[in-house]
Design a protein around this ligand. Structure first.
Ligand SMILES: [Zn+2]
Ligand SMILES: [Zn+2]
Length: 134
């Protein structure tokens, strides 16, 4: 029996646009919510809190949450960049130290590898074996 399915396939597109206007509900402050009181919702302090001399606090709004998430994302990115820079600096310091403390032969070898286009990372990763032919 198919009598009940009266909606034709094309009907979906013609569904009326549902009014997606956000309801402007008054957000209760923390203390009013706890007391289940009717909060007037004023910022920074609602009338009830002001009247009682209480510190009025609101929970973080949705915009506030997304702002925090955005900041956390930026912080994560900055940390990653910092990590890369730290690594880069460590590699360079390592090569410079080998120039300073290694044998002259090693320094010449490192220099030779640098000049043929070896990256500092490669040089730092593979210690120069002294006595190796250039
Ligand atoms: Zn309140
Ligand atoms: Zn309040």
């Amino acid at each position: 029996m198919d009598n009940n399915s009266s909606i034709a396939p094309g009907d979906k597109a013609r569904l009326p646009k549902t009014a997606s206007r956000m309801k402007l509900t008054t957000v209760s402050c923390y203390r009013c919510r706890l007391a289940k009181a009717k909060c007037t919702g004023e910022r920074p302090a609602c009338t009830l809190c002001t009247a009682r001399g209480l510190l009025c606090e609101y929970e973080v709004t949705r915009e506030g949450v997304s702002r925090i998430q955005e900041l956390q994302r930026q912080l994560g990115q900055a940390n990653q960049e910092l990590e890369l820079l730290r690594w880069d600096l460590a590699v360079k310091t390592d090569v410079i130290q080998r120039f300073q403390t290694g044998s002259e032969q090693e320094a010449i070898h490192i220099l030779a590898r640098l000049r043929v286009g070896h990256s500092l990372e490669e040089i730092a990763a593979k210690p120069v074996k002294t006595g190796q032919a250039l």
